[in-house]
Design a protein around this ligand. Structure first.
Ligand code: ADE
Length: 238
């Protein structure tokens, strides 16, 4: 997979990909992440990428021309599955979308800044808009890092234990069950007996029950979206 991230603040994206799972995925050649400085596509000698909003009001707006030049340049080198714009009013980012995007070959992620981008970018250049939550960040960079991380760990071969992504929270609309490690008894705080029993089927059943229980308590809305759980009403039929 090839991910090109366009930003006017490339330094913000230096560390998120330089450690842990994403770093290993890059080293294994499973993903290439390219951070592109939008200023390289500016047309004036001040390397401006933003300007005042027509009609007035506080805040600068990223200009259409440098973004168009940048995206055209990238598209001249490869074909992209999606041009994603990170925005608080985009489609909510969920595990199901991470799964779908992890199957793509080439992605562009555009980070907004200041007041956002000229609307013509959204109308003509972007194929998808994603929000990572109902709050406003200073820019799209951290959101792009979140989306990239969630996608990259799902690329086949990235996780050493291939099944571990399947047992993540949200993979089946359930949050993850509790996990424990040694010691089995710490200050009298005990690990549940079933996990020490060595009985695989019982452990699986316990984990599923705990995942259900936790989801009921913490995220009941997820259960309503899970058609596989008995007693749940699919979202469209509520
Ligand atoms: N840019 C600013 N806030 C954002 C958010 N919540 N999600 C995605 N991009 C953003």
């Amino acid at each position: 997979m090839h991910i090109d991230i366009i930003t006017c603040l490339p330094k913000l994206l230096e560390s998120p990909f330089s450690d842990s799972i994403v770093k290993r995925a890059i080293a294994k050649g499973l993903v290439k992440i390219n951070v592109i400085d939008l200023r390289a596509y500016a047309t004036d000698r001040h390397r401006s990428v933003d300007d005042y909003a027509y009609g007035g009001g506080a805040g600068m707006v990223l200009m259409v021309e440098p973004i168009d030049r940048c995206i055209s340049d990238l598209k001249s080198r490869r074909t992209y599955d999606e041009v994603i714009y990170m925005s608080p009013d985009g489609e909510p980012f969920r595990q199901s979308l991470a799964n779908a995007l992890s199957l793509k070959q080439n992605l562009i992620i555009l980070c907004g800044h200041y007041k956002g981008v000229d609307e013509r970018v959204r109308e003509h250049l972007v194929t998808r808009e994603i929000s990572i939550g109902d709050y406003v960040l200073s820019g799209g960079e951290l959101a792009a890092a979140v989306v990239t991380d969630a996608i990259v760990r799902l690329i086949p071969g990235v996780l050493s234990d291939e099944t571990s992504a399947l047992s993540d929270s949200f993979q089946d609309n359930l949050v993850a069950p509790p996990v424990y490690t040694r010691p089995a008894d710490y200050k009298g705080w005990k690990v549940p007996d079933v996990l020490l029993s060595g009985h695989e089927a019982k452990i699986e059943a316990w984990r599923h029950e705990m995942a259900l229980e936790r989801t009921r308590q913490r995220r009941p809305g997820l259960l309503a979206d899970n058609p596989d759980e008995p007693g749940n009403i699919p979202a469209g039929e509520r």
